[in-house]
Ligand binder design. Structure first.
Ligand code: XMP
Length: 523
C-alpha cells in the first residue's frame, strides 16, 4: 500500500483513475497553495484514507467504462468520510454508478473537445464566477455519459451532449462534472477548483516558507546525528536539495561535485565558489577529467559514451563517498513527477522513477538510505523553494544541462581541442542570448561542435576549421520541443561573433529541427 506522508498542511487526496491529465489537477491545486497528493485508485483503501485524513477528495478522469469488468472503483468508505468530493469525467461517472445513478456508453453522445455549458436556474457555490457572460466553454473528453443521476443529486449545468455536465448533492458536498476543469481549454476551470477547495475549508497554507520549515524538521528527524552525502551536478534540483539539507543538518552534509571534464566554460569554478563561499557547505571537488577523457578517447558511439560516463561516475562517486566516515544517507533531488505512481490497467500500478544518471544504483551498492527532500515538489516549486532559500535568479533560471555534459554535444570522437572550441563557442552564443534578453524565453540553448572541418576564407587566406551548430528550443518538459525563432539579425550577429571570437571555427549552422523528429541534444 502506498505510504501516506505525514504533514502539517491541510491535505487533499486525488484518486487517480488513469487520466492523461491527472497531474494537471495537482498543478492547479498547488497553484492555489493547496497541498495535494495523487494516488492510484487501487493503492488506496480504507486504512489509507484514515491515515491520509484528507480535507477533500477528487476523483480524476480515466479511460475505463464503469460497467466494464474490473472497472476501477473508489475505495470503500470514501463516501462516508464526510469530506467534500469532486468527481471529474470518469470520476463523475463512477460516483453516479456507486451512489445509485446510471452510466451509458456511446450512442452518439461521445464528446471530445470544446463544448459549452448552459447553467440551470439554481446557483451552486463551486460555480461562483461562472456564467457571468452566458454559457461557459469547457473541455470534454468522454465516450460514456451519465444517463441518470444518483438520488440526492441535482443538475446545475448542461451541454448539448452531456445533459448532466454539472451535478451536485449539496447536502453531502458531493460535486461531479463531466468535463475537465484542469485543462486550459476550460478557461474558468481554476475558478471551479478554487471554489471547491474554499468550500472544503482549505486556507492556502501550502507555501514555500511553510514547506521549507516542514522539510527541515523532517530531514532532522530522519537523519539524526548521521552523515549525509550528496552528489552535486550544478543543476537546480541537486543544488536546492543540498542547500535545504545543509540548512537542516549543517556539517553533517558533504557534497561531492564530480568534474568529468565535460562541463561548460567556468562552470566548475562557479559551482564550487557558490557552494563554498556563499553557503559554506563542505564540498569535495573531484577533478576527474583525466580519467573520463582518457576513457572516452577514440569513442564515437553515443551509447558507449553515455555508458562509459555513467559507469565512471558511479565509481568515482563511490570512491569519494567511501572517504566520508559514517555516511549513512545519500541525498537526491528526485521530484514529484518522478515518483507519482501511474495507473496501468494491464498490470496494476507501475512506478516510474527517473534513473538519475549520476547516482543510479548507488544506494543499494553502498547500503545507503535515501534523503529526498524534493520528492513532493514539481519543478517550478523547486525553483520557488530555491528563491525562498536565497539562491540567485540567475542560477535558478538556468537551462537544463545533461549529465553526460558536452560529450553529447560533440558528435563523433571527443578531443580536448574540440571541447575547448565548443566551450568558447557556447559561451559566446549564450552571452548573445543573454544580451538580447532572450535567455528566459528559451527552454534550452547550446552550441555543439560538428565532426567535420570545412573550408572558408578569412582576410586573404583560406581556412580549414571546425563547424559549430547552434540550437535553441522552447519546451514545457523536454518531451517535445520547438525550434526557437531567432530573427535573421540575431543569427547573423551571432555567426559573426562566434567566428570572430572563437579560434578554430569558420562556419556556423543553425539547427532547425523540432523534437520529434530530432532530440534536443545531438546524441
Ligand atoms: P533529448 O536529447 O533526449 O533531451 O531530447 C531531453 C532533455 O533531457 C536532457 N538530457 C539529459 N539529462 N542526463 C540528464 O540529466 C542525460 O543523460 C540526458 N540526456 C538528455 C537534455 O539536455 C534535454 O533537456
Amino acid at each position: 500500500m502506498t505510504q501516506a506522508a505525514s504533514h502539517i498542511h491541510d491535505r487533499l487526496l486525488i484518486i487517480d483513475f488513469g487520466s492523461q491529465v491527472t497531474q494537471l489537477i495537482a498543478r492547479r491545486l498547488r497553484e492555489l497553495s493547496v497541498y495535494c497528493e495523487i494516488h492510484p485508485f487501487n493503492r488506496v483503501d480504507e486504512a489509507f484514507l484514515k491515515a491520509f485524513a484528507p480535507k477533500a477528495v477528487i476523483f480524476s478522469g480515466g479511460p475505463a467504462s464503469v460497467y466494464a469488468e474490473g472497472a476501477p472503483m473508489p475505495p470503500a468508505g470514501v463516501f462516508e468520510m464526510g469530506v467534500p468530493i469532486l468527481g471529474i469525467c470518469y470520476g463523475q461517472q463512477v460516483m453516479m454508478h456507486c451512489l445509485g445513478g446510471k452510466v451509458e456508453g456511446g450512442h452518439g453522445t461521445a464528446e471530445f473537445g470544446r463544448a459549452f455549458v448552459t447553467p440551470t436556474a439554481q446557483k451552486l457555490s463551486i460555480l461562483d464566477g461562472w456564467f457571468t457572460e452566458g454559457d461557459e466553454q469547457v473541455w470534454m473528453s468522454h465516450g460514456d455519459h451519465v444517463s441518470k443521476i444518483a438520488p440526492g443529486f441535482e443538475v446545475y449545468g448542461t451541454s448539448p451532449n452531456a445533459p448532466f455536465a454539472i451535478t451536485a448533492d449539496v447536502s453531502r458536498n458531493f460535486y461531479a462534472v463531466q468535463f475537465h476543469p484542469e485543462v486550459h481549454h476550460t478557461p474558468k476551470g481554476t475558478k471551479l477548483y478554487e471554489n471547491f477547495v474554499r468550500l472544503a475549508g482549505f486556507t492556502g497554507d501550502w507555501t514555500m516558507a511553510s514547506y521549507r520549515e516542514d522539510a527541515i524538521a523532517k530531514i532532522r528527524e530522519q537523519v539524526g546525528d548521521k552523515q549525509v552525502i550528496c552528489g552535486l551536478s550544478g543543476g537546480v534540483d541537486s543544488s536546492v536539495a543540498a542547500i535545504l539539507i545543509h540548512e537542516a543538518i549543517g556539517d553533517q552534509l558533504t557534497c561531492v561535485f564530480v568534474d568529468h571534464g565535460l562541463l561548460r566554460k567556468n562552470e566548475a569554478a562557479e559551482v564550487v565558489k557558490m557552494f563554498r563561499d556563499n553557503y559554506k557547505i563542505k564540498l569535495i571537488h573531484a577533478d576527474e577529467s583525466d580519467l573520463f577523457l582518457g576513457a572516452l578517447e577514440g569513442v564515437s558511439d553515443p551509447e558507449v559514451k553515455r555508458k562509459t560516463i555513467g559507469r565512471l561516475f558511479i565509481d568515482v562517486f563511490q570512491k569519494y563517498a567511501n572517504q566520508i566516515e559514517g555516511a549513512e544517507f545519500l541525498a537526491q533531488g528526485t521530484l514529484y513527477p518522478d515518483v507519482i505512481e501511474s495507473v496501468s490497467f494491464s498490470g496494476g500500478p507501475s512506478v516510474t522513477i527517473k534513473s538519475h544518471h549520476n547516482v543510479g544504483g548507488l544506494p543499494e551498492k553502498m547500503g545507503l538510505k535515501l534523503v529526498e527532500p524534493l520528492r513532493e515538489l514539481f519543478k517550478d516549486e523547486v525553483r520557488a523553494l530555491g528563491r525562498e532559500l536565497g539562491l540567485p535568479q540567475s542560477f535558478i533560471g538556468r537551462h537544463p544541462f545533461p549529465g553526460p555534459g558536452l560529450a553529447i554535444r560533440c558528435p563523433g570522437e571527443i578531443t580536448r581541442e574540440k571541447l575547448a572550441i565548443l566551450r568558447e563557442a557556447d559561451a559566446v552564443y549564450i552571452d548573445q542570448i543573454r544580451k538580447h534578453g532572450l535567455y528566459d524565453e528559451i527552454w534550452q540553448a547550446f552550441a555543439a561542435i560538428l565532426p567535420m572541418k570545412t573550408v572558408g576564407v578569412m582576410g586573404d587566406g583560406r581556412t580549414y576549421d571546425y563547424a559549430v551548430a547552434i540550437r535553441a528550443v522552447t519546451s514545457v518538459d523536454g518531451m517535445t520541443a520547438d525550434t526557437y525563432p531567432f530573427t535573421n539579425e540575431f543569427l547573423g550577429e551571432t555567426m559573426t561573433r562566434i567566428i570572430n571570437e572563437v579560434k578554430g571555427v569558420n562556419r556556423v549552422f543553425y539547427d532547425l529541427t523540432s523534437k520529434p523528429p530530432g532530440t534536443i541534444e545531438l546524441e
